[in-house]
Structures are given as C-alpha cells and as structure tokens.
Design a protein around this ligand. Structure first.
Ligand SMILES: [Ca+2]
Ligand SMILES: [Ca+2]
Length: 342
C-alpha cells in the first residue's frame, strides 16, 4: 500500500518535472518544495538536534581517523555533571609538594584554536559576562579572579573574552559572527599590561584594556571546588553552574603560548600550529579515539582528559579538521533527510 503510493508520487513528480522542462511552464509547487528543504528553519533544526543525538554519534563513530588530516574534538553543548568536556589540570601534586604545569600561564598569554559551529547550536544572547555565553574555554575560578581568571565564549554568535584580576572583571566583545558552520582560526592575546586582543582568521576583531598583572592559578589557594577550579576546561562551564550554556561544535589544534604572538593582522594559518620555545601547551586532538588528551610540547607536560557525555568517547572524535575538511557534517545538513521525510 505504502509502496504503491510512493511510486505514484515519484511518477507524478517525474511527470511534473518532465512537463516543466519540456514546456518551460513555471511550477510553483516544485519550486517551493526543494527550497523549503534546502533552507530549514533554524528553530526547527535546533529542536531536531535535541531529539536525534544518536545520528550524530553514528557520524563520528563510524568515521575512520585519518593520520594525514588528523582529527578534531566534537562537543555537544548540553551535558552537565562534569561531562562533555576536556579537563586539563593546572597544577601537579606530588611528594615534593604542589607546582604549576606549564599550561598555568601567569603573565603574557596567547590562546589560539580552530572552531566550527552553527548558530542554531549556540544560542546564548548578547551578554555582559563571558560566563553567560556558550563557553568554549573556561579558566575560571569560582567567584572573584584572585590572581586571575578568564574565559572565551559565544554570545549572539560572536566571541567574547573576559579577564578578571581580583574583583576587576572586564569583557572584550567580538564583532564578527563566527557561528556560520565553517572553520575559523581564533587568537586571543593578553599582555601583562592588561591589553587584550581578539583575532578572527588573522584579522583584528576587537581589543580592550583589561586588568593588568598575573593571571595564573595561585598555588595552594583554598577552594571549595577542587574538581573544577584548578583546571583549564574546553567545551563547558567548568562548575556546571545552573543555567550555564555550553559550546556545541568542533574544536581543534589549541595552542597556548607565554608571549603575545600577534599585535596586528596576520595571515590565517594554513597548517597546524608549530611548536616553538614559547609554546607551553599544544592540543592537536589527533588521538582519534579514547579519553587521553596529549600535549604535543616536549615531554607532554600538561596532558588532559576527555570526559565523554553519555554514549562514550567515540562520538567526540571527528575527522573534520581545518586542513582536511571531511564529509562529516555539522548539525543542520545532518538532519535534512529527516526534514524531507516529514
Ligand atoms: Ca571567577
Ligand atoms: Ca587536530
């Protein structure tokens, strides 16, 4: 019964296409049909994302990691309970006491990474604090910044970058929309003088005078949040503060440096970030599986851990990278078949 109806529809469409082509008669019905499926309503797509996460997992899990193109990390933006994120300890505790890992940068700093995300998956509105956005990088400590804390998030489709020293909390607001479903190279520089600059694809996007002075995590500081405060976190609000928003998208090749690398526009990189003397941590995310996150600087001194959301680690690995874009789609295109079917 169903197949007969389907065949009938196919024949009908075929006839209509045939008529349209041979007689050049405009067909409003046909013209509107495909257009609706090509440009799905973002709100509708977003609701579909919530209901069919398994298809995303399949896309990532079945992709074969390529040694040539490497891999990136996929965050899903919804999990709490310390999941769906990467955690990198800022300090080491051993028999000789507590010490900083190299990633615990104290003064001049450059954070660079590649991101790919869609607007419908990162809906935080314009904000006056990075902690209200869809958080990509979180080096917060609960409450005031003490020596210092900082974070990078998406608000209204643009990046925001916040630095706090003591109770001096300042926010840089980006201008360019980055949630357009393509890879962007992001660089944030912060000088000990307080100057903060944001570069999108090598172009200066915004700058502010932030608070000056050291911004590292203070060793031996007391904390009620030992499982989140002394960590650098990717893809989540590290404290799972109620109402927080999380980054939903891809992240790759995060390089952290102890200098201000850029003071003006630069050419968008065409290859993964190299390691040099000022690179204090580099996360290539080329492992392709599992939960260990290596630091590609000599000695792997600031490694991290992927905390998968429900469903396991495989769904977090993607072969879609800035340098070898694969067919693995982000969310909207992934759900076209569902929209057509309905
Ligand atoms: Ca804080
Ligand atoms: Ca990579």
């Amino acid at each position: 019964m169903h197949s007969y109806r389907l065949i009938g529809i196919v024949i009908l469409i075929g006839v209509l296409i045939g008529c349209s082509a041979s007689n050049a008669i405009p067909s409003p019905t046909l013209a509107q049909g495909p257009a609706d499926t090509i440009t799905p309503d973002l709100t509708t797509t977003s609701s579909l994302v919530q209901t069919v996460p398994s298809s995303l997992a399949t896309t990532s899990a079945t992709a074969t990691p390529s040694t040539a193109g490497g891999s990136s990390i996929r965050f899903f933006g919804s999990s709490t309970n310390d999941l769906d994120r990467i955690k990198i300890p800022l300090v080491t505790i051993n028999s000789s006491g507590i010490s900083s890992r190299p990633v615990n940068v104290d003064r001049d700093l450059t954070l660079e990474f590649w991101m790919k995300a869609n607007a419908a998956d990162n809906m935080a509105p314009a904000c006056e604090g990075w902690y209200y956005g869809n958080i990509i990088i979180d080096r917060d400590i609960f409450g005031n910044g003490d020596y210092g804390d900082y974070g990078i998030a998406i608000c209204d489709g643009k990046l925001v970058v916040g630095f706090s020293v003591g109770n001096d909390d300042r926010l840089l607001k980006g201008n360019r929309t980055v949630t357009d479903g393509v890879w962007h190279h992001i660089a944030v520089t912060r000088a000990n003088s307080g100057q903060v600059r944001l570069f999108v694809d090598g172009q200066l996007d915004a700058q502010i005078n932030g608070p000056s002075g050291r911004i590292d995590y203070r060793l031996n500081r007391p904390t009620s949040y030992p499982n989140s405060d002394p960590y650098l976190v990717f893809g989540a609000e590290k404290h799972d503060y109620p109402g927080s928003r999380y980054y939903n998208g891809l992240l790759d090749d995060v390089r952290i440096s102890n200098i201000v690398r850029y003071t003006g526009d630069f050419a968008r990189p065409t290859a993964p970030h190299p390691v040099d003397a000022n690179t204090v941590a580099l996360y290539r995310f080329d492992e392709g599986s599992g939960t260990a996150i290596g630091d590609s600087t000599p000695g792997n001194q600031s490694p991290g851990v992927l905390q998968p959301r429900t469903g396991g680690a495989a769904q977090h690995w993607s072969t879609d990278t800035p340098f070898a874009s694969s067919s693995a789609p982000l969310t909207p295109r992934a759900f076209l078949p569902m929209i057509i079917r309905s």
